[in-house]
Ligand binder design. Structure first.
Ligand SMILES: NC(=O)c1ccc[n+]([C@@H]2O[C@H](COP(=O)([O-])OP(=O)(O)OC[C@H]3O[C@@H](n4cnc5c(N)ncnc54)[C@H](O)[C@@H]3O)[C@@H](O)[C@H]2O)c1
Ligand SMILES: C[N+](C)(C)CC=O
Length: 489
């Protein structure tokens, strides 16, 4: 499979003709050769997006028509769901069931934003001045640079593409250089749906080249980034060159608080899913479990017994419950965190190494890992591992649980399990996080905003606010009976 870039309505190789091998993390087979774009390619794409925006080919298309095109993209995703899901599993190693669920979510995201395209006709303001009208309208921001990570390649791209297009912007997407397969396919679908030339551009390649150019280039008006905290800081700094609008969706170290009065079986099952889903490579993974002291031993025993049974394997195998990590480099990072946890004095209760199974040796697998006897100042508790590693702490009062959960630089997501609904609501209100689940973990959907507090970033994706992020607000005041002011007489 050879993957090209999509710039100004044409499928093109990189200006240097360089390519990058794309690897299946399950067996290290080369699954594609992707054009390796660089700053020059990014500049060409930015120029195309700038021209398309300034010509108004898309922003002046009636919003209803824009919405119809965005809806068609969603319909094409539904049509090609199986192909897209296979590409995602090939590229990331996630199970095919997960990839199919991602594709369902992605289609819904396009449908949702398609529906919003023509819903905001502006607002009439009651002007306090005589003989005047006053109205507020929303306009597209302009040229949007969009940079996405490897863990949910198409889903994270969809959260950016759909609202940007629906609100009339032009864009350049730079997917993670290691997982470009579904982004390329969705650009084929956008072309088929009738997105005009130059409006949506795709540049493949490294963050230090393509991503950096998008963040720095003064023809880009907005940069929307999903990825790690350190990259986010670099992008924020670069974006200051022309005071771009910035949205950062960064990492998390997400607490999962389980009270003694929680439904035990539900809390066990959800705690397992919270951290080990997609091998823990989820920004909102519940990797920090806080258990009420009185049920700690029983809870840990049940959790460890369940975690031991997680079936690792080929994402295409129906029996597989979890795939590999994304790369050898990432697995090494996870292994280093395990070493850090041990050195800090946490007890390694499960896993902590690669599996021994012969059939898993070619993949980047790591066993589900549980640390007990953790304390809140440990690095293993505070830092995002982004792998199948759970830390367990205890608490004895609600106040202690809240204080511990909030003791983090992150603020992406958290959860509380209890059958006392007042207690659940109180904890949810006091957690400094962009999403809090009560008696659940992980749900997200197109209608509700997603984003972080603190160093998990700022700006929101999804929901009405996720659409508004791609708009500027303009106040238009009209004097209906113009007269001289005579101030300087
Ligand atoms: N908050 C969310 O919704 C959310 C969702 C998914 C992933 N994430 C986070 O993403 C991280 C994992 O993804 P990753 O390893 O791909 O992150 P990363 O920061 O390494 O890379 C993300 C993207 O940024 C690009 N990039 C790298 N250096 C760049 C630079 N200097 N300038 C511009 N772009 C650059 C990469 O090429 C990639 O496309 C985790 O921290 C995870 O929590 C957050
Ligand atoms: C935002 N989410 C949960 C889909 C993916 C985070 O990595």
């Amino acid at each position: 499979m050879h993957l090209n870039q999509f710039i100004n309505g044409k499928w093109v190789p990189s200006t240097t003709n360089q390519t990058r091998e794309i690897i299946n993390p399950f067996n290290q087979e080369i699954i594609a050769e992707a054009s390796e774009g660089n700053r020059e390619d990014a500049k060409l794409a930015i120029a195309a997006a700038r021209k398309a925006f300034d010509d108004g080919v898309w922003s002046s298309t009636p919003a209803t028509e824009r919405g119809a095109v965005v809806r068609t993209i969603g319909e094409l995703i539904v049509r090609d769901k199986e192909e897209l899901a296979k590409l995602e599993t090939l590229d990331t190693g996630k199970t095919i069931e997960e990839s199919r669920a991602d594709m369902d979510d992605i289609a819904q995201v396009f449908f949702y934003f398609a529906g919003l395209a023509d819903k905001d006709g502006g607002e009439i303001i009651e002007s306090p001045l005589p003989h005047s009208t006053s109205k507020v309208v929303r306009e597209p921001v302009g040229v949007c640079g969009q940079i996405t990570p490897w863990n949910y390649p198409l889903l994270q791209a969809a959260w950016k593409l759909a609202p940007a297009l629906a609100s009339g912007n032009t864009l350049i997407l730079k997917p993670s250089e290691i997982t470009p397969l579904t982004s390329v396919k969705v650009f084929e679908l956008m072309e088929e749906a009738g997105v005009p030339k130059g409006v949506a551009n795709l540049v493949l390649g490294a963050g230090s080249e393509v991503g950096a150019e998008l963040a720095e280039n003064t023809d880009v008006d907005l940069i929307s980034f999903t990825g790690g905290i350190e990259t986010g800081k670099t992008i924020m700094q670069a974006a200051s060159i022309n005071v771009k609008k910035v949205a950062l969706e960064l990492g998390g170290k997400n607490p999962n608080i389980v009270f003694a009065d929680a439904n035990f079986e539900v809390a066990i099952d959800q705690a397992l899913n919270a951290v080990f889903f997609h091998a823990g490579q989820v920004c909102s993974a519940g990797s920090r479990l806080l258990i009420e002291e009185s049920i700690h031993d029983e809870f840990v025993e049940a959790l460890v017994n369940r975690a031991k049974e997680i079936k690792l394997g080929n994402g295409f195998d129906a029996n597989t419950q979890s795939g590999p990590l994304i790369s050898a480099e990432h697995r090494e990072k996870v292994a280093q965190y395990v070493a850090i946890g041990k050195n800090e004095g946490a007890t390694l209760t499960l896993g902590g190494k690669q599996p021994d199974d012969a059939e898993l040796q070619q993949g980047f697998f790591f066993l589900p890992t549980i640390f007990t006897n953790c304390t809140e100042e440990m690095r293993i508790v505070q830092e995002e591992v982004f792998g199948p590693v759970l830390t367990i702490e205890t608490f004895s009062t609600k106040e202690e649980a809240i204080a511990k959960a909030n003791n983090t630089i992150y603020g992406l997501a958290g959860a509380v399990f209890t059958q006392d609904i007042d207690k659940g609501e109180e904890v949810a209100n006091k957690l400094r996080m962009g999403t809090v689940w009560i008696n659940d973990f992980h749900p997200y959907f197109a209608q509700a905003p997603w984003g972080g507090y603190k160093q998990s970033g700022f700006g929101r994706e999804l929901g009405k606010i996720g659409f508004e992020e791609y708009t500027e607000v303009k106040h238009i005041f009209r004097n209906t009976k113009p007269e001289a002011v005579n101030w300087f007489n």
